[in-house]
Design a protein around this ligand. Structure first.
Ligand code: BGC
Length: 750
């Protein structure tokens, strides 16, 4: 017996030497070598050790969900019962825990995951704001910086991008996504995955990305977080799945499932989503982590009787790693022994997890992401701030600019800066950003940004007016007095950083507190007023929209907020953002989105809405449509020219417009292409985004913008979920927003 044991120990030692040897790793082609290593390691593992790899705990420091810690966490790490940890960050902490994991029998390193959603130390605009830039290269660059900073803190894995399509701005998590459109959302998903994963696993500045929340979490009924989702499979495939598929195609390392149930089955226990689609049809080779506690939450859902059944349902459905439910560790071994979970299911999950650890190079060097030197130089360095600054400028959307009030002159004598965001700092960071004591002071406030921009001699006045929330109007008088002393007013209003985000759904999405009253009081002074709106979602602000002469939607812009806002206000950057989500007129209009189906009685304008599919007391249009955003330049679109009136397979047609900058200022325009399938075997959206191009035109310059259209672009899911195109007539729209377009028609022939 003793001999057998010592033989086995020798085998393990030899194998570990093999696994940890960098030279050997470099000698063989990637995949083959890794698959062999995974297989060898799997053969050595006990069932308990395998289950340990499928277990993820929150670290002993910060938490992003309800903790369930019930045992000696560090001891469990040491004994191989933990495969990954979240919310453990910084070289010191990650190294300490990694050292403990390396004391386990097989010395399998831990994976450290963290929600690096829009920057790590250098905070970028929230993802919804970045999406408003429509600038894929800029978003990729932003994710790259975040990955560089996070990986330098010992983090291997970010729980981003969130690629949930969202059509309901009451849902707080709209701030984390790319808005309402599946086409734009898919391109952004790819860009972000590429940015996070950089040169590929093994590179020390690459972090594994995670497409979440699989699937349809963004369609929670009523916009209430965690709520149920019930939708046709056709809608799921057409609207909600494309960004996930795009992320998988871009090589995303992991998926996270979701809290919601989908058509009665919790996403976490949903075999159709995780096994048939993701791992089957899409051939995804990474692993699936549960959302925080979502395995255990199948009990209150009423889908699992107890934690053991939850473990059984989740693992068989394809959830490979248990984040903080503590369902797998206590129950999987018994379930295997009882024959309810096949060993092949466990092996498949563990293989997927180990594969990533090998690909990341953690077996060759478990501390390769932990260098104090790198940590110091990567955090908040100037080059990173520059990328965040560029991104912030591109993210703002100019909603209104009467009589060209903007841009402002740098030699304006007296400017009043009024409102609760003027001197705010951390509110610019928004939800899903961390408070590092040193970094908060580095956030540039609007006050600081504007101050630096002004010529000497200009005077800057300040009054807060009111707080973001609450009904205290005692500051109004001072604010009005300050406005009266100035030539013009910059008025800042919006949401505090924790008003949008996870579990931050709101039934009213008006400007909180008495802020809109403050806007009224300031506009009543008769001074020219520029309103800046900082928010994590589309808000409703009708009075402001109708009465303030200029409105710039700044979202939450991160570290460089003040500098970027000042650049736009004073014309050093000409705004170019376009809305990635429709802005409703009232909450009662939600959901309002541009790519809806037509009814049999569609209202076509506001005077014909009474016996039509419209409210009798509301315009049929959103307040601001998808794709909308102004520039200091003005662009003129010619009619659409088609290279042919018929389209045949193999013979794409070209659709072109001439875009002219008719103003005296250079500017960037995002030219948008939409298509409508006029008659099909299932009803089709009134418009679908199919392409866009961003172009900078100097004052007076013209350019032909051409799009190529082939049958591939015209595919859709029919009622049998086949992804096909059908011959017939199509309308094409090219323009500056989903509502302001030029049209033409063509016919698709077999
Ligand atoms: C969120 C996830 C997040 C996880 C870990 C959950 O509550 O839904 O998006 O990645 O917590 O922080």
């Amino acid at each position: 017996m003793q001999d057998l044991k010592s033989m086995r120990m020798k085998q393990i030692a030899t194998l570990l030497l093999f696994l940890f040897s960098t030279q050997l790793h470099q000698a063989q082609p990637g995949n083959v070598r890794i698959e062999k290593s995974v297989d060898s390691l799997l053969r050595l593992m006990t069932l308990e050790e395998k289950i340990g790899q499928m277990n993820q705990y929150n670290g002993p420091w910060a938490a992003t969900g309800p903790l369930t810690n019930d045992g000696n966490l560090l001891d469990q790490v040491k004994t191989g019962k933990v495969g990954s940890m979240l919310n453990v960050t910084g070289v010191q902490r990650t190294s300490e825990l990694q050292a403990l994991a390396l004391q386990s029998r097989l010395k399998i390193p831990l994976l450290f995951g963290q929600d690096v959603i829009h920057g790590y130390r250098t905070i970028f605009p929230i993802p919804l704001a970045e999406a408003a830039s429509w600038d894929l290269a800029a978003m990729e660059a932003g994710a790259r910086v975040a990955a560089t900073e996070a990986s330098a803190a010992g983090i291997h894995w970010t729980f981003a991008p969130m690629v949930d399509i969202a059509r309901d701005p009451r849902w707080g998590r709209v701030m984390e996504g790319a808005g309402e459109d599946p086409y734009l959302g898919s391109l952004i998903a790819k860009a972000r995955v590429k940015g996070f994963q950089g040169k590929g696993f093994g590179d020390t500045s690459a972090v594994m990305a995670c497409a979440k929340h699989f699937a349809a979490y963004g369609a929670a009924v009523g916009g209430r977080d965690y709520n149920s989702v019930d939708m046709s499979l056709r809608q799921l495939h057409e609207v909600y799945l494309p960004p996930f598929k795009a992320a998988a195609e871009a090589g995303v390392a992991t998926f996270m499932n979701a809290f919601n149930d989908l058509n009665g089955i919790p996403a976490t226990g949903n075999a159709y989503l995780q096994r048939s689609l993701l791992k089957g049809d899409w051939k995804f080779r990474g692993f699936v982590v549960s959302d925080w506690g979502s395995i255990g939450e199948m009990i209150p859902h009423g889908y699992s009787a107890n934690n053991k059944e939850a473990a059984l349902q989740a693992v068989n459905a394809g959830s490979d790693m248990d984040m903080e439910s503590r369902s797998y560790l206590p129950h999987l071994a018994a379930l295997v022994k009882e024959g309810k979970v096949k060993m092949t299911v466990i092996d498949d999950a563990v293989r997927r997890i180990l594969r990533k650890k090998f690909e990341m190079g953690l077996f060759a060097d478990p501390y390769k992401f932990s260098s104090e030197q790198r940590e110091k130089t990567q955090w908040n360095n100037q080059a990173h701030r520059k990328v965040a600054f560029e991104m912030a400028k591109k993210s703002m959307v100019l909603l209104k600019n009467e009589k060209n009030l903007l841009p402002l002159s740098k030699s304006t004598g007296r400017i009043a800066l009024i409102g609760p965001f003027v001197k705010a700092k951390s509110d610019h960071n928004g939800f899903w950003s961390y408070d590092w004591p040193d970094d908060t002071t580095r956030i540039v406030s609007i006050w600081e940004g504007v101050q630096q921009k002004l010529n000497t001699g200009a005077a800057l006045l300040y009054a807060k007016g009111c707080s973001i929330t609450g009904d205290d109007r005692s500051g109004f008088a001072e604010a009005v007095e300050t406005a009266q002393k100035a030539e013009l007013v910059i008025l800042t209003v919006g949401e505090a950083r924790d008003m949008s985000g996870e579990a931050k759904s709101r039934s009213t999405i008006q400007l909180p507190g008495v802020q809109e009253e403050l806007v009224k009081a300031i506009v009543a002074t008769g001074k020219p007023v520029v309103v800046l709106i900082s928010a994590g979602r589309p808000l409703v602000f009708n009075w402001t929209a109708d009465n303030a002469p200029a409105i710039l939607y700044t979202w939450w812009l991160g570290t460089e907020a003040g500098n970027a806002i000042a650049d736009v206000l004073f014309g050093d950057y000409n705004p170019s953002g376009k809305l990635p989500m429709s802005f409703p007129r009232t909450e009662g209009q939600i959901p309002v989105y541009y790519n809806h189906y037509n009814t049999g009685r569609p209202a076509t304008n506001d005077s014909d809405r009474f016996y039509r599919s419209a409210y009798t007391d509301l315009s049929i249009y959103p307040k601001y449509p998808f794709g909308y955003g102004l520039s200091y330049a003005r662009f003129h679109y010619s009619d659409v020219r088609l290279s042919a009136k018929t389209l045949r397979p193999g013979q794409p047609i070209q659709a072109a417009v001439t875009l002219t900058n008719t103003s005296a200022t250079g500017g960037t325009e995002t030219v948008q292409l939409y298509i409508r399938d006029l008659t099909a075997s299932v009803v089709r959206p009134v418009k679908e985004l199919k392409g866009f191009q961003q172009v900078f035109l100097h004052a007076g310059e013209s350019k032909e913008i051409r799009f190529s259209i082939s049958p591939e672009d015209l595919r859709f899911y029919n009622d049998r979920l086949q992804y096909i195109w059908e011959p017939g007539k199509f309308r094409i729209f090219i323009g500056t927003s989903s509502m302001d377009v030029k049209e033409a028609e063509f016919e698709l022939m077999r």
